[in-house]
Design a protein around this ligand. Structure first.
Ligand SMILES: C[S@@+](CC[C@H](N)C(=O)[O-])C[C@H]1O[C@@H](n2cnc3c(N)ncnc32)[C@H](O)[C@@H]1O
Ligand code: SF4
Ligand code: SF4
Length: 346
């Protein structure tokens, strides 16, 4: 057997407790041509979701629980504070949560700070610019309100990081933002490159910091040759030692793999591959509402087929998303653990 991971090997969980969000960032999968992606189910975890999930993993085993995903902002989740309380009371994991920071009032931010006071905890504010530029990508956000919320959080003892996606329209403000972050009491600043530049007309035309994808892949001949020939170093299995649980309470090996199921574009090959996968195994095959975590990890997909597919030794295809995110030629993720991120202590 080539298990993806066993329950006893899980060190980190990434959770997406909701698909709701108040913004419409143009290259986020929740938006489609500036509007909400109409294919996206809008759902929120139940309070008991946390008990169901965490009761299945030995208490002291988890090192980190991360709230971040593909479609929602965790701050919009109705049961978030209940979930944070449950995790703090029942595990020794540190907490990390990514948000656009623009929702709720200062009282909420003072309260949530109580869960982010240890050295390893981080509330990550995604702020891609200053007053004149943040809303060009973070569409519908108000910069002064975000700063007010961040200040309430930091002054209540919460450990905060400022994550800044670099686009052409905000590149000139990175240094100024970093100075402001230090002045406000953020303990880290992270200037991130993106493989998803802005290209909608409600944002300035720019190319962003797109990676040298074409050049890197050309040496394999074509994209299809690259998909077939590149080796895979699975980030979540080999490095994070983690799993992703999405807003439907479905378990995926990582945040990148499950996301394409709800892409707006029906012709996207990554969506088709996921649709084929779900059709092959049947609906709910990976649902925590229907199965235990142990049985999901021992289902043929995660017990064998996924890992074998990376060596093309499975009847299932090697998923494009696996080569895109964990192939040899280039780095597509802007996530904190990988080279497109540049976290600096302030
Ligand atoms: C879908 S968001 C969910 C969390 C939260 N709503 C936020 O924006 O931080 C997940 C991550 O995607 C990042 N993201 C959004 N647009 C991106 C882009 N064009 N390129 C790279 N990362 C992006 C966000 O900054 C965040 O770190
Ligand atoms: S704030 Fe996060 S979840 Fe919301 S639209 Fe922007 S990137 Fe997507
Ligand atoms: S995309 Fe595939 S190879 Fe990469 S972390 Fe996810 S499951 Fe592993």
């Amino acid at each position: 057997m080539s298990h993806y991971l066993l329950v006893s090997q899980i060190e980190r969980l990434q959770l997406e407790p909701t698909s709701h969000c108040n913004l419409l960032c143009p290259r986020c999968s929740r938006t489609d041509n500036g509007q909400l992606n109409s294919r996206l189910p809008l759902t929120d975890w139940q309070p008991e979701s946390y008990e169901i999930l965490f009761s299945q993993i030995p208490n002291r085993q988890l090192k980190e629980v991360l709230f971040n995903g593909n479609y929602g902002d965790p701050i919009t989740s109705k049961n978030l504070l209940h979930g944070l309380e449950h995790i703090k009371n029942n595990t020794s994991a540190s907490l990390r949560l990514h948000t656009n920071g623009s929702l709720k009032g200062t009282e909420f931010w003072k309260e949530i700070a109580t869960y982010f006071k240890s050295d390893k905890d981080r509330l990550v504010f995604s702020i891609d610019g200053l007053d004149s530029t943040n809303a060009l990508y973070r569409v519908n956000s108000r910069f002064p309100k975000i700063l007010e919320n961040a200040q309430a959080f930091i002054q209540s003892g919460g450990k905060a990081r400022w994550d800044y996606l670099i686009f052409d329209h905000n590149r000139h403000q990175v240094d100024e933002a970093q100075k402001l972050a230090k002045k406000l009491g953020f303990i880290e600043f992270n200037a991130k490159k993106t493989a998803r530049p802005v290209n909608l007309k409600n944002s300035q035309q720019n190319k962003g910091d797109s990676l040298e994808v074409t050049q890197s892949v050309n040496k394999y001949g074509s994209w299809s040759d690259y998909i077939a020939r590149s080796s895979i170093d699975c980030k979540f299995r080999n490095h994070v030692r983690g799993l992703f649980v999405d807003f439907q309470f479905d378990v995926w090996p990582c945040c990148w793999l499950g996301g394409p199921l709800y892409f707006a574009d029906a012709s996207d090959p990554r969506r088709k591959e996921l649709e084929n996968l779900v059709e092959h195994y049947g609906p709910n095959f990976n649902s925590l509402a229907h199965h235990s975590l142990d049985s999901i990890l021992n289902h043929p997909w995660m017990a064998e087929e996924l890992v074998k597919s990376w060596q093309m030794q499975s009847p299932l295809p090697k998923l494009r998303v696996c080569t895109r995110m964990c192939g040899e030629a280039f780095e597509a993720s802007s996530g904190a653990n990988w080279s497109n991120s540049h976290i600096q202590s302030l």
